[in-house]
Design a protein around this ligand. Structure first.
Ligand code: TRP
Length: 433
C-alpha cells in the first residue's frame, strides 16, 4: 500500500494529462503504456529485488552489493533526483492547498475557461501566495516524518486513496456526459501515429518512470521493509496497474472537459488546474466536490512527498552521522529553498531561462527525462550483468518457494531489452542517428 501511495500522486493527475496533451494524445498514451509494461514493471521488480535483498536504503544498497567504482554510486544519483523532484513537486502540491482554499472561499465558482486560466496565471506567478502554500506543504511533510504520525497517514491513506479512486470514477462519468466529450475521448484514445517523434517517445518513457517512482531509489528503500514472503512480481504488477489506472481516469476526466469548455490540451503544467474548476462549476454542489477532490489530491501528494523525503533523509542521516531529526531538518530546508526558486521561476524570475526553460520546467525535464531513465538504465545493467543470475532468481522466487514462469525472461529484459531501449531513446533525442 505504501508503494502505491508513493506511485500515485501528482504524477498521475497533474503530470500525465499535461504530458499527454502536449505530446499529441492517444499516440503518446500507447507509447506510455508500452513503456510501463516493457520497462516500468521489470524495473520496479528490479528495485524491489535490490531493496529486499540488501535491506538497506538506496545509497547503501548499491555499496553493499558492489565495490565497482560506477555502480556503487548509482544510489547517489537517486538521492539527488529525489531532492530535485521535491523542488517542483512541493510547489504543485502547494497549488492543491490553494485550490482547496479557493473552493471554500468561492473564488472558483462559475469561472469561464478564460477566467479560470487568468485566475491560475495570477496565482501561480504571484510572488507570495504559492510560496506560502509550498512552505506549508513542506512543513507538513516534515512534521509527518518526524512526529511518527506516519502510521496515521498510512491508516488514513488506506481509506482516502480508495475514496480518491471512487471520486475519480464519479468525475469520469460526469466528464463523459458533457456535450462535446467525444472530441476529448478521440484525442485520448484515437491515435494519430504521425505525431510520434523522438520527443514524444522520450516524454512517454520519462512519464512512465516518474509515475512509478522509479530510478530514484524510492522503491529500493520501500522494498527494504518487505517480508521474505512478499511476492515481488505480483506486487510490482499491482502497483503498476493501479498507478496506470489512476492516470487513465485522470485523462478521461480532463480531456473531454477541456474540449467541451474550449481549453486547448497542450497548455502544459497548468492544464489540470485550469480545467478542473470548470468541471466543478457545472456540477451541482460543485464547491463541495472541488474541496473533497483537492483535499484527496493533497493527501496523494503528501504520500509521494514522504517517499521522496525519506530517501534523502535516510541518506543524510547515515552519511553525515546525523540524527533523523537533524537530517530531516536539513532536507526540509533544502526543499524549501529549491521550491521557492521553482515557484518564483513561474513569476518574477520567469525571464531567466536555461535551454529555453524556466527553472521549474528545467527541474521537471532533467529529473523525469534524464536522471530517472539514467538511474534505471544503470540499475538494470548492474543487476543484469554484475549480479549472479541465481541471486536474482532466488530473490524473485522467494528462494524457490514461489516459482515464476517468466523469471528467465525477466533477466533477459534487465540484461538486454531495457538498457538497449533506454539507450536508443536517449540517442534518438540527442539526434545521434
Ligand atoms: N510517482 C509519484 C507521482 O506520480 C511521484 C514520486 C514519488 C516520484 N516518489 C518518486 C517520482 C520518486 C520519481 C521518483 O506523483
Amino acid at each position: 500500500m505504501a508503494s502505491v501511495g508513493s506511485a500515485v500522486g501528482l504524477g498521475n493527475i497533474w503530470r500525465f494529462p499535461y504530458e499527454t496533451g502536449q505530446n499529441g494524445g492517444a499516440a503518446f498514451l500507447i507509447i506510455y503504456l508500452l513503456c510501463v509494461i516493457v520497462m516500468g514493471i521489470p524495473t520496479l521488480m528490479a528495485e524491489m529485488t535490490i531493496g529486499r535483498k540488501t535491506h538497506a536504503n538506496s545509497a547503501r544498497a548499491f555499496r553493499k552489493m558492489t565495490k565497482h567504482p560506477l555502480f556503487s554510486k548509482v544510489g547517489y544519483l537517486g538521492v539527488l533526483s529525489c531532492l530535485l523532484i521535491m523542488g517542483f513537486y512541493a510547489v504543485v502540491a502547494g497549488w492543491t492547498l490553494e485550490y482547496m482554499w479557493e473552493s471554500v472561499s468561492g473564488v472558483m465558482t462559475n469561472l469561464t475557461a478564460e477566467q479560470s486560466e487568468a485566475n491560475f496565471r495570477v496565482f501561480s506567478s504571484h510572488p507570495f501566495m504559492p510560496i506560502f502554500w509550498t512552505v506549508l506543504m513542506s512543513i507538513m511533510t516534515h512534521l509527518i516524518i518526524l512526529g511518527g504520525v506516519q502510521k496515521g497517514i498510512e491508516r488514513a491513506s488506506k481509506w482516502m486513496m480508495p475514496m480518491l479512486f471512487v471520486l475519480l470514477i464519479a468525475l469520469c462519468i460526469n466528464s463523459i456526459t458533457l456535450s462535446g466529450a467525444s472530441e476529448g475521448l478521440n484525442f485520448l484514445f484515437k491515435p494519430d501515429f504521425s505525431k510520434i517523434t523522438s520527443k514524444v517517445v522520450l516524454s512517454a518513457m520519462g512519464q512512465a518512470f516518474f509515475s512509478l517512482s522509479l530510478g530514484a531509489g524510492v522503491m529500493i528503500t520501500y522494498a527494504s521493509y518487505f517480508d521474505k514472503d512478499v511476492n515481488i512480481p505480483h506486487t510490482a504488477t499491482t502497483v503498476a496497474l493501479l498507478d496506470t489506472l489512476v492516470a487513465l481516469l485522470a485523462g478521461i476526466i480532463i480531456f473531454p472537459a477541456a474540449f467541451s469548455f474550449g481549453i486547448t490540451p497542450d497548455k502544459g503544467p497548468n492544464l489540470v488546474f485550469v480545467t478542473l474548476p470548470n468541471i466543478f462549476a457545472q456540477m451541482p454542489w460543485g464547491a463541495v466536490w472541488a474541496f473533497i477532490f483537492f483535499a484527496l489530491l493533497a493527501l496523494a501528494s503528501i504520500t509521494s512527498l514522504i517517499s521522496l523525503h525519506q530517501v534523502v533523509t535516510a541518506y543524510i542521516a547515515e552519511e553525515l552521522k546525523l540524527s533523523n531529526r537533524k537530517a530531516a531538518l536539513v532536507v526540509t530546508s533544502m526543499v524549501i529553498v529549491l521550491s521557492i526558486i521553482c515557484s518564483l521561476s513561474l513569476g518574477v524570475w520567469n525571464e531567466f531561462k536555461i535551454g529555453g526553460m524556466c527553472v521549474f520546467d528545467l527541474m521537471d525535464y532533467v529529473t523525469a527525462k534524464i536522471m530517472m531513465p539514467l538511474g534505471s538504465l544503470l540499475l538494470c545493467i548492474f543487476l543484469g550483468w554484475k549480479v549472479k543470475k541465481e541471486t536474482i532468481l532466488k530473490e524473485i522466487t522467494n528462494y524457490g518457494t514461489r516459482p515464476w514462469r517468466l523469471a528467465n525472461a525477466f533477466v533477459v529484459m534487465l540484461k538486454y531489452v531495457i538498457p538497449i531501449l533506454i539507450t536508443i531513446i536517449f540517442a534518438n533525442e540527442l539526434q545521434l542517428f
